[in-house]
Design a protein around this ligand. Sequence first.
Ligand code: 8X3
Length: 246
Amino acid sequence: MPTAVVTGASSGIGEATARVLAADGHTVFAVARRADRISRLADEIGGVAVPCDITDAEDVARLADRVGDRLDLLVNNAGGAKGLDPVVEGDLDDWRWMYETNVLGTVAVTQALTPALLASGAGTIINVGSTAGRVTYEGGGGYTAAKHALAAVTETLRLELNGLPIRVTEIAPGMVKTEEFSLTRFDGDAERAEAVYAGVDEPLVAEDIARAIAWVAAQPHHVNVDLMVVKPLAQAAQWKVHRRDR
Ligand code: 8X3
């Protein structure tokens, strides 16, 4: 059975991805900080729960030990946004958190698991970026900077791994309505979180991105999908979102 590591598997895109990959025949290592959630998920999908804070070096080393010598697929999904303040008013702790989780955590996990991906002879790394890694928008400074950095890391990795049997993909979702993304951004303010999706017919849901990830992983190994940008029909651009009654 092929094996897959999915970070940020306790909810949203990560959880949905773990489910879809398991249904596609992977043994999934579900990785996140919240042990209770991933252990329930792992029980349901016949996977392995690995409690891990990807920004903690010891946790990441333990993850690599648990995965062992061989890994087919790494989905670096853990990350998120905090705040929607203009750059000149931004909270630097929020910026630090975004860089640590979206960028440095992804790099740490990738470093730790690359030997196992190489050992598979046909490894795949899929980094979950964002449309925020391709454009900028007011208030998005800390998040767009982190996701642009992640896009740069993904592209650099592809260059550096050229000639080795690991392909590297960035999936860049636009507006996805998940349980927690906007709640985290607005520090638990449910009203502000909900307003992001107000009047939008069918924002993407986590399963939409999970299916895209599974499709990329299912291509023959010589097919490297460099970048897949996925937005809801209602979102023509980062800033152009059709909303009912407006
Ligand atoms: C999420 C997309 O529009 O909130 O990655 O930056 S957005």
